[in-house]
Ligand binder design. Structure first.
Ligand code: PAN
Ligand code: ZN
Length: 193
């Protein structure tokens, strides 16, 4: 078999404390304006946006593309904070392809991984460093940082999985994680029909 350059093994250096990978060909920042539709308290969102477009999280990607495969590593670092009463979180998405699972690994911090079929089944997994979760196909996934420090996690998936954000924006997760007296609490969400 004739190997191309992309068909040879690759190793990265990963720093769990900072969430950095080296080499890192792509960093995607997500600011509050990117999550406008995701947080419940729209007034709180607009009030913060008048002052600053707060950085909520950053994603560092490495695409492992070969002649016959399309895996990717993404390290996400969610900064601590609250919008209204709701903790900083990822936008959340469902994979477009119905055969695409993902593995998430919590490297640092504390929070929740919310998993939702958006059709009645829901799981909230308490997350701290060391927890590895398999996300089966067709479960929307969102990570919430409830700690005072950054939450760093790794996701391993196929690039061809596709990311559907619109379905999450329109239906919403079944529960939100809010701060009550400084402690995280899951509250059921009245779902948009
Ligand atoms: C992850 C996510 C990443 C950011 O790589 O894309 O954590 O979350 P959002 O995509 O919801 O903004 C993943 O699940 N990839 O499939
Ligand atoms: Zn995903």
């Amino acid at each position: 078999m004739m190997l191309k350059e992309i068909d040879f093994p690759i190793s990265l250096n990963f720093q769990p404390e900072s969430g950095m990978i080296e080499p890192c060909p792509q960093v995607t920042p997500r600011h509050l304006s990117d999550l406008r539709m995701m947080f419940q308290d729209h007034q709180a969102v607009e009030k913060i946006l008048e002052v600053e477009d707060r950085l909520i999280y950053e994603i560092r990607y490495y695409p492992f593309v070969t002649s016959h495969s399309d895996m990717a590593l993404a390290v996400t670092k969610i900064f601590p904070g609250i919008i209204g009463h709701e903790y900083h979180m990822t936008k959340g998405h469902k994979h477009e392809r119905p055969d695409q699972a993902e593995v998430y690994y919590c490297v640092k911090g504390e929070g929740y991984l919310l998993l939702d079929t958006l059709e009645g089944d829901f799981r909230a997994i308490q997350w701290n460093a060391g927890v590895v979760t398999h996300i089966p196909p067709m479960w929307a996934h969102r990570v919430v940082n409830t700690g005072n420090d950054v939450l760093v996690f790794m996701g391993i998936f196929h690039l061809s999985a596709g990311h559907d954000y619109d379905i999450v924006a329109s239906k919403g997760f079944s529960y939100r994680v809010i701060s009550v007296d400084g402690k995280p609490k899951l509250v059921e969400q009245f779902r948009n029909k």
